[in-house]
Design a protein around this ligand. Structure first.
Ligand code: PLP
Length: 396
């Protein structure tokens, strides 16, 4: 049977090139970058070379890149840094939006408990925020705007450059969680007027446990982890040398093939969207165009997302119903609720996130298998029976 991994928004497979780049730093070149002798210096050179290459991929300067353990750490550090700067200036107002990753939302919750006020941009049915709304909401005491570049569940791409322009004009720090975007869609921290940006290697075929935070020159990063002087004193702990080297290689490769992969994936994505739209009482979640090339997210009325995932797993498909972080809990996705899907419908969601090696044949298999799954699950769903009998109103 065919096996299709369609959960690349949760994590991606390490690329063979990244693994090859990492191997020497897991074997013979094992020195500590802080050591002064040759072995250490070679490791340090590898880290600094990776910093330069990562910086180039997002149009930053090497000194603006801090290596972290991943996207969650970068999000925490970016937000807590902006909060520390705000606190010193007596500014305790933050603007975000309701579809952020929990690494952002939970950090903001913690700041609210410390006396910060957090307001959320209005969310629209297509999952995209508006720069005009942001302009209206910024106050004299706003110290941070944090809006993700691309959503991990519904794949919507936010108008980052317009948001950045509003923040720049109003003198407010702008952070973006770009974990789903880096290596997948074009990003330029200069042109997009971004002050802080989070990224994670395992979302672009690099290793897990490695990421980076871009911090514009002039912003003093607040350390989360204290200790040694690594990362210019902003992130203590012996560097994950192999991880950092693997991330740089994976990112360079992703950026080099971004246009080609983007075109190919967009065509496959739209093929999937057309095919799945044929399922009655279904709906695409998120904007059809302002969307990651790899992301397809649907709601199907009258079924449970969990049962759908189990059926798909049995039939060779690895997919997700939302974010990997909330699956395992029975709460419907906060993202789907924020774009206005009612609880019942939000429970019946499916996210397919394609890898760059996906084929048309696989897309067609996905369409057929999801169609069969939905039919099968509906055949013994009490909710579906009530809908069919007219005892309940269809929402989709
Ligand atoms: C995966 C993800 C994160 C978390 O990154 P980790 O490296 O797994 O900590 C944060 N934000 C978004 C949008 C993500 O998709």
């Amino acid at each position: 049977m065919m096996r299709i991994y369609a959960d690349n928004a949760a994590t991606t497979k390490l690329s063979p090139a990244a693994l090859a780049a990492m191997t020497p730093y897991l074997t013979e070149c094992f020195g500590n970058p802080s050591s002064l002798y040759g072995e250490g210096q070679r490791a340090k050179e590898a880290v600094e070379d990776a910093r330069m290459r990562v910086a180039r991929c997002i149009h930053a300067a090497p000194r603006e890149i801090t290596f972290t353990s991943g996207g969650s750490e970068a999000d925490n550090q970016a937000i807590l840094t902006a909060a520390a700067i705000g606190r010193k200036a007596g500014k305790r107002h933050i603007i975000s939006d309701p579809v952020e990753h929990h690494a952002v939302l939970h950090t903001l919750k913690a700041l609210e408990e410390e006396g910060f006020t957090v307001e959320y941009l209005p969310m629209y049915e297509n999952g995209v925020v508006k720069a005009e709304d942001l302009d209206q909401m910024i106050r004299d005491d706003t110290c941070l705007v944090t809006v993700m570049t691309a959503n991990n569940e519904i794949g919507t791409i936010q108008p980052v450059r317009e948001l950045g322009a509003v923040c720049r004009m109003r003198g407010v720090l702008f952070h973006t969680d770009a974990v789903q975007a880096v290596g997948h869609v074009p990003l330029d921290v200069e042109a997009d007027m971004i002050d802080l940006l989070s990224a994670s290697a395992h979302k672009f075929h690099g290793p897990k446990g490695t990421g980076f935070l871009f911090t514009r020159t002039g912003i003093r990063l607040e350390p989360l982890i204290r200790g040694g002087a690594q990362e210019r004193g902003k992130r203590a702990g012996t560097e994950n040398v192999a991880g950092i080297v693997g991330m740089a290689k994976a990112l360079e490769d992703a950026v080099a093939s971004m246009d080609e992969n983007g075109k190919k994936l967009t065509a496959l994505r739209d093929r999937l969207i057309r095919g799945l739209s044929e399922i009655p009482h279904s709906a695409l979640n998120g904007d059809p165009e302002k969307r990651l090339p790899s992301n397809v997210n649907f709601c199907f009325e009258g079924i449970e997302g969990e049962s759908l995932l189990l059926y798909l797993d049995d039939h060779g498909v690895a997919a997700s119903s939302g974010s990997a972080c909330t699956s395992g809990s029975l709460d419907p996705s906060h993202v789907l609720l924020a774009i206005g899907r009612p609880h019942d419908v939000a429970h019946g969601s499916l996210r397919l996130s394609l890898g760059e090696d996906a084929t048309e044949e696989e897309a067609d298999y996905l369409i057929e298998t999801v169609k069969e799954a939905v039919n099968y699950l509906r055949s013994f769903s009490p909710v579906w029976r009530d809908l069919q009998a007219g005892k309940r109103m269809y929402i989709l």
